[in-house]
Design a protein around this ligand. Structure first.
Ligand code: ADP
Ligand code: MG
Length: 277
C-alpha cells in the first residue's frame, strides 16, 4: 500500500543534489526507514521537470537492480516528493571515500550488478544518462541499485538522438559531444556503457580516470579529453580480463562498444566475488 507524506517524519539529510534534497525518513506507524527525495514548489522549472521525469521512470520500473519507489506525492503547495527504499550503505562514491579503492573481484561484482540494472533499463527502452558512483546505491545485503533518473530518457518509436547536454558532463561519452564523428548508429544506449567503464576505472584507481589525480574538472578540459584524447586505459598489473572489459566499455566509437548482454557474458565477470567486501 502506498504511504502518504503525512505518515513519515524526517530524520536527517542523506544528500543534496541539483535543487532537491534526499532525507532519511521514518514511517511513523511501522518505524520502517525510507528515503524521501523532495523538491520545493518554488524550485525552478528544470528541477521540477527532472523530478517529474524521475517519477515517470520509477513508475515504469520494477527490478531488484533499480531503486524501488514506494510512493509519490504532489502537495497543493507544489512540493513534489518520491518515497524510495532506503539504501543503508550509501553510494559507491561514499564507499570509495571511506574504504579506499576496489579490488578486481569486488569490481567484477559491481559490474555484474550494474549491468543487470542497465540490461533491465535498456530492454525497457530507458537510457539512464547519468551513471556514476554517486548514483549507484548500496544496501547491507550488498545489493547495488541504480538511482537518480532525473536526466534519463524513455526512447520513443522513432530513434531520437538524445544528444542534449544533460547528465554529469565528466562521464559523458564522446558521441554525446560529437555524434558525427563517434556516433555510428547512435541511439544513446551505448552512452551508459561508457559511463559504466569510467565508473569502474574510478573505483579501481581512486580518482576520475580522465584527469590526473587531484585535478578539478572543468568543462573544456573534459570535453577535450573525451573527444580528442585516447580512451583511458588501466595501469600495468591488472588482469587481462579486466583490461579487456574496460576496453569493451570505453570504445570511442559508440557502435564498437559492447552492449549490456554482451558484457554480461564477458570473462571478467567470472571473477566476481561479493565476499571481498
Ligand atoms: P541528485 O539528482 O540530487 O543527485 P540523487 O537521487 O542522486 O539526486 O540523490 C542524491 C544523494 O542522496 C545520493 O548521491 C545519495 O547519497 C543520497 N540518496 C539518494 N537516494 C537514496 C536512497 N534511496 N537511500 C540512501 N541514500 C540515497
Ligand atoms: Mg545523483
Amino acid at each position: 500500500a502506498d504511504i502518504s507524506a503525512a505518515d513519515v517524519e524526517k530524520l536527517n539529510v542523506l544528500g543534496h543534489g541539483n535543487g532537491g534534497t534526499v532525507y532519511k525518513v521514518r514511517h511513523k506507524k511501522t518505524s520502517l526507514t525510507y528515503a524521501l527525495k523532495l523538491i520545493h514548489g518554488d524550485s525552478d522549472s528544470t528541477v521540477r521537470r527532472q523530478l517529474l521525469r524521475e517519477m515517470e521512470i520509477l513508475r515504469r520500473t520494477d527490478s531488484p537492480h533499480v531503486v524501488h519507489c514506494h510512493g509519490m506525492f504532489e502537495k497543493p503547495s507544489g512540493d513534489i516528493a518520491i518515497l524510495m527504499e532506503y539504501m543503508d550503505f550509501g553510494t559507491l562514491e561514499t564507499i570509495l571515500k571511506a574504504d579506499g579503492t576496489f579490488s578486481e573481484p569486488k569490481l567484477a561484482y559491481v559490474a555484474r550488478q550494474v549491468l543487470n540494472g542497465l540490461n533491465y533499463l535498456h530492454s525497457h527502452k530507458i537510457i539512464h544518462r547519468d551513471i556514476k558512483p554517486s548514483n549507484l546505491l548500496v544496501n547491507r545485503n550488498m545489493e547495488i541499485k541504480i538511482a537518480d533518473f532525473g536526466v534519463s530518457k524513455i526512447m520513443c518509436r522513432t530513434l531520437d538522438a538524445c544528444n542534449s547536454y544533460v547528465g554529469t558532463c565528466a562521464y559523458m561519452s564522446p558521441e554525446r559531444f560529437d555524434p558525427e564523428t563517434y556516433g555510428g548508429n547512435y541511439d544513446g544506449y551505448a552512452g551508459d556503457i561508457w559511463s559504466l567503464g569510467l565508473t569502474l576505472m574510478e573505483l579501481y584507481l581512486g580518482h576520475f580516470p580522465l584527469l590526473p589525480a587531484g585535478q578539478r574538472p572543468d568543462w573544456a578540459t573534459l570535453m577535450c579529453a573525451i573527444c580528442f584524447g585516447e580512451p583511458p586505459t588501466l595501469p600495468d598489473g591488472v588482469s587481462e580480463e579486466f583490461r579487456s572489459f574496460i576496453e569493451c566499455c570505453l570504445q570511442k566509437e559508440s557502435s564498437k562498444r559492447w552492449s549490456t548482454s554482451q558484457l554480461l557474458s564477458h570473462p571478467f565477470l567470472c571473477r566476481d566475488s561479493r565476499t571481498e567486501w
